[in-house]
Write a protein that binds this ligand. Sequence first.
Ligand code: SF4
Length: 663
Amino acid sequence: MDEILQDILAYLRAHDELPEKELKSILHARDRLLPPGAPRYSKKALLPRYLAVRAHDPELWRSWNVDAGLERRLVAALRMKPRRTASGVATITVITKPGPCSSNCLYCPNDVRMPKSYLADEPACQRAERAFFDPYLQVAARLQALAQMGHPTDKIELIVLGGTWTDYPTAYQIWFAAELFRALNDGVRADGTFEPEALAARRARYEQAGIEADDAALAAAARPWQERVNAGFLTYNEACAILYDKSPAWRQAATWQDALWPELEEAQRANESARHRVVGLVIETRPDRIDAESLAVIRRLGCTKIQMGVQTLDPALLARNRRRTAPEQVARAFALCRLFGFKIHAHFMANLLGATPAGDKRDYARLVADPSFLPDEVKLYPCALVAGTGLVAEYDSGRWRPYTEDELLDVLVADVLATPPYTRISRMIRDISSGDILAGNKKTNLRQMVDQRLERMRARPGLDAAGPADPDRPPRVREIRAREIVRERVDVDALTLDDCAYETSVSTEHFLQWVTDDGRIAGFLRLSLPRADRLQAALRGLDAANGSGAADEKGDGAEKGAQAPAPAAADDLFARYGLPIRADEAMIREVHVYGAVAHLSQTGSGVQHLGLGRKLVERACALARAAGYARINVISAVGTRGYYRGLGFDRTSAGGLYQQKEL
Ligand code: SF4
């Protein structure tokens, strides 16, 4: 192995980079020297070996004579799955412990080993189970894997998945978040591994409590309960109560799975200067569980983005699929999330029970065009049939059938074309293994198939039903993901700063984007200018729930947009709805600059180092000032607080929920 590393270093001393083909020939040349039957060398093992030598055998490492530049090129050459960190940050997905969900949607998986809607053989779920669903252990395992695969780990986006976040007790939410930060604060050592004693002590605690992490043992223990759930004798929630709430082992774990705010805040403060900083924290919940109070808690946890299961806006489909939400609740949840500054990530499904391809296209078009919704990101999930769900009976009776591949592609292509330039389609399938899907799409390259169909439509307009009638106007994809400049070098002089403004039910939004001549995007910022005059109409229904009587007292003049409330009345209105901001405060909801992840302390050629973020913030401040706003907030992640302090956001607002700058 060391000889191969030396071969690679010799190559990199003579060349700027090592193409994959050259790396393969170096490996093959060394393989040929191995005795027959000996295991072949693999690229995967090279970087861990290099890191181990550097950390534990300094004499040998010094003899290799590797300076910082050469090491950077070596790590780049040995990096596994480079796309994983190509969009700007390294992502770590963690899963909460199994727990009930207060809904029971028809299509939703009921795997009793997992939180509602997840399946034990999804990759992140397998990792979570092996780590007892402990947030610290999950982060440690992932961080270690990323470091050993050669990925920079200084900017981390944490994605917390699992049923409905707001259904977990607040003390568990605080503990979970504190442990995430704590794991990143402890971090990997120079050889890319975690302190083994710390991990062993944590594992021992769960083992001593009697919690299992072995896949076969877990499957055997869950089987009888799973069979009862699948046969309809038990609900998922009832099985969960037996397996977890009443289990002595899990009850014991619950005694250490809670924390108070000061503990979390201390971990957050430490993360501001940690080596692995949190640049985004995402949770998922249902629209009907969102209110001002829960959002304040979520924000205090350090969260910056909310994933929300919308699935459909059609009331008939919502009812038939036993979704406990109404479109009005979804609209209010969008309005509140926006006013709190969160990025809004909507999940949307095609092919639900009762859906048609034409209806699905109309439904999605409404999501991305109606000012009450307009998500920042979307996950498109075609409905699939999973054992143990209520949908099985509908399938057996012929009331539900999966769309044909052609129908599904037709819907997805129409959805992509309908998506505006400020929305990102982050996924088109759920990560469900094909073995779990009884009927429905099993193709993992669905997005590629959609892209190919769009390509064909561009080449021969009118070929597909969804194609444009006008051959001079081929279909144009405007959504963000298709336009991202991921790894290429960018000539900053070739970029222009475009302002795409749009109206929502509660704000005027400015999507500021750095774009090339052909529309590719190098970075963007989301600025929200809240509109007090639209508040009552958008949040209608909350008054009754809050008992605030805000609508009654204020009348409905503002709803019609006739008159903006006077400043004091507007502030009063914001406070009555439990909003943490004042009416004259603008909000930066997101700043994102693309480019291969670069170490915070080093300069690099990626677009992150060209001052694009700073210029976006300056333009946002200028726009907010010109529109009459007195202050501007930013919903910063914990690890980006220092960055925003450097840009003049020198104080906090709303009890520390935001960083603020006077305009
Ligand atoms: S709300 Fe989400 S997790 Fe709960 S049952 Fe419905 S789809 Fe499943």
